[in-house]
Write a protein that binds this ligand. Sequence first.
Ligand SMILES: [Zn+2]
Length: 384
Amino acid sequence: MPNDLNVEGMTNVPMRNCRARHISSFVISLSFRHSSFVIAIRCFAIVTTMFGACTLSLNASARDTVDLVLPTDNDALFSGDGAAFYQYVERDYKGAKSTPWEGGRYGFVRDPVDTAGGTVYTRFHEGIDIRPLHRDTNGDPLDEVRAIADGKVVHVNPIPGYSNYGKYIVIEHRWDGSNYYSLYGHLSSIAVHPGDLVKRGQPVATMGYTGVGINQERAHLHLELDLMFSRQFESWYNTFFRNDPNHNGIYNGMNLAGIDVARLYVALRKNPALTIPEFLSEEETFYKVILPKSRHFDLPRLYPWMIGGKRNEKSSWEVSFASSGVPLKVEPSDRRVMQPELSYVKKSSIDYSHLTRDIVSGREGNAHLTNYGSQLMRLLIYPQ
Ligand SMILES: [Zn+2]
């Protein structure tokens, strides 16, 4: 977004000015050295203060840069060798078995279904599956898993059966005032604890094959970079999914919306100053939902950059989503609704449930939120 470009630019400008002022103050202090020792001391104090401000400004700038490193030694993503980078999936489509590596990518890459509009991949993969490069003599993966950026460990699940991700870690990153979460799944062992501060590239775990539907041969690291829907997730979950206990608090995968982390890595190589809002501004809005007015609506607090347009007291909110389910924008709406209502979907002849991860269903001009879609939208404003 243009606003964030300005913020980046502004952090650079004062830094340069600081340096220039630092030098000129030093020259002044030299010229006054013989006439007044006191003035020189004062000038020194000014220089020290400015230097301190410069250092602070440098730190703030460094913290806000989305400076990512790949989580393992496998860097074939950057040479474009998909088969070497992504772990394959086992596919059985119309009786034909195959092992396409494309199923390890981010996006609608799994569970093909034949439709009148052609083959549609209906199952969404919220992260990327990275192949191991190192195995022991038993065939177990040995790859070290590292933090993709500076951050804080906020969740560790050491019990494979507590999640489809198996053993997993979540690390919180703070960029330009918003929190983002990297998630590392199917680990064999974990070397960090909740609350630990970690540096970019710091080892945090070892690759494994814990979790649902994975075997030793298909061992991989599942990596996500996520936005969070709501900090009220636990009470929402306990209302709608009472029979399936949540062992992972607000770091349950249902509360995390994965962005296209592979595309982000490549985009950051081209433009290291790229921000997440700028990156997401390239995503297409696939559907919009109007939410009832609620003081519990967490998204604008978590991601203030999403807010567009002027709002008055009575306004509802309209949230724009990518087909991935990632929220992109939050705008005021004059339409009063009692429950979440679909207000827009990109027209398609293919059933919308295939294209929206079952949030919207119907086709052509006949679209509505599914039961699950309505529930998920209520999460955004829960406990409304
Ligand atoms: Zn995966």
